[in-house]
Design a protein. Sequence first.
Length: 95
Amino acid sequence: MYVWMVATVAAYGLCCWVVWRHCAHLRHCPWLVALLAAGAPALRFTLAFAQASAVGLLCMTGAYCALRAKRPFLAGVAFGALRWPFAVSRRAPGA
């Protein structure tokens, strides 16, 4: 459980850092961005209920970076990877 929480916080931090690096208007206030990211309710609820939303956040951040780099195929792969957690969770027991 603790390993999952650490991995979730690391993924959340990585995604926040990547978006901060790509957005020119946010570069002049890194401490404010870090404070707002750490205090976001989304992170608190993700950790409190051990949700797998970090996977979706990584996929969306990857798609954002791919679209900014003008690589639509990689963006499509990232968007397609969003389907994976739902396909696994909807599988019938014993199937």
